[in-house]
Ligand binder design. Structure first.
Ligand code: CU
Length: 151
């Protein structure tokens, strides 16, 4: 009798876990769900209230790209960061917001604190290997922020 009860509750726990893991998977998918229709060429590719429909594998330092915009990049394809204009500027680019580095799961190692250094007329490439939404900032210029959707 007691054994049967234990077995029944074990089955219940198993079923509950199955249901729960289904919920978690669904939540993780829906957090990126806004992008899933982008393949159709729709221009309503909005993530966190920012239009991310522009695809770019090149990011220019400064307001041009780091002025709070959002870009979509391809997974496993190098993203090039360049500063072609401000010869004397130095930037440290990391995952985070408003000049503060924050660890981001699955982000390229170069983007971990303190970030990679880039100066005028230099280039630096990083490759995102995991789809998701990443926030990048510059620790030298807290106003430099850009959102990257990798897919
Ligand atoms: Cu900067």
């Amino acid at each position: 009798m007691k054994k049967a009860f234990l077995r029944a509750s074990a089955v219940c726990v198993f079923v509950c876990l199955l249901i729960l893991s289904g919920c978690v998977t669904q939540a993780a998918t829906s957090s990126l769900g806004g992008n899933s229709s982008a393949g159709s060429g729709s221009s309503t590719d909005v993530v966190n209230g920012i239009d991310c429909s522009t695809h770019s594998q090149t990011f220019t330092m400064g307001v041009a790209d780091f002025g709070g915009y959002c870009y979509t990049v391809a997974v496993n394809q190098p993203v090039t960061f360049v500063d072609p204009t401000s010869a004397s500027a130095t930037h440290f680019i990391c995952t985070g917001v408003q000049g503060v580095c924050q660890a981001a799961a699955h982000a390229p190692a170069d983007l971990a604190a303190p970030g990679f250094k880039i100066t005028g007329n230099q280039q630096h490439q990083v490759t995102f290997t995991t789809p998701g939404v990443y926030h990048l900032t510059c620790t030298v210029h807290p106003m430099m922020n850009v959102q990257v959707v990798v897919k």
